[in-house]
Ligand binder design. Sequence first.
Ligand code: ZN
Length: 290
Amino acid sequence: MPERRDFSRDHRWLSLNTATVRKQGDLAAIIEACARLGIRAIDPWRDQVATIGLSRAAKLTRDAGLELSGYCRGGMFAADAAHRAEMRDDNRRAVDEAKALNAPCLVLVAGGLPQYSRPGSAPSKDIIAVRRQVEDALADLLDYASAAEMPLALEPLHPCYAADRACINTIAQALDICDRLDPGRTGRIGIALDVYHTWWDPQLLPQIARAGKQRLLAFHVCDWMVPTTDILNDRGMMGDGVIDIPSIRAAVEAEGFAGYAEIEIFSNTWWGRPMQEVLKTCIARHRSVV
Ligand code: ZN
């Protein structure tokens, strides 16, 4: 295994995706808990920011000395004609919010079929057309985001979400799009690599090498449970499942990635435990098994 940074002595490079404790408190409570435990970065979700207000979220983050490792999330690009303008405006607002929060990138999930991506859209089974539409909408958003100097991080999701969340399912697919939209590898667009979505991919290591530092904008960790009892909300705490997280982090860092390892766990189990306990477990596992 290539060298990787030593996380065993502190949690300097732990970022908390705030969905991990979304059921235990609002964003203000999460920021307060992070500050208390010496967590130095977060990746908040748009709905959590909206609940307490954008300017308050920005101020609390700043006052707590927290950095962002990303802003979740834009995308859901597939829409029928009647919902396309709404989709475009919504994504532009996400860029503006990311800017106001001083995020290093806006995380994007492509969207699946239009009826799930943008509810109310006319149903379609044409995933090939949907993928084309996603790329067109992404190209449009890239113009807007580039003007705002906000990098876009496209997150490929596990194929089990192809219908309802993302028709971009492999790193190769995401990188192909990045290469078409940004052949110069300018840093305006790259990927968010989440071990949950990519650990199974036979092309994982070569595609991480292909991505390189310029395309690796975010790195998300959790674990894959066996059995997985809920396809969306049974992600594991690092160390409880089957993903060889240290090897993946080593591969990412071998390319020069030196940012946060962001913990992102959607789990009915962990949402049922006190925030403090979850965060302390995150810190301990970050030191020992990430
Ligand atoms: Zn993720």
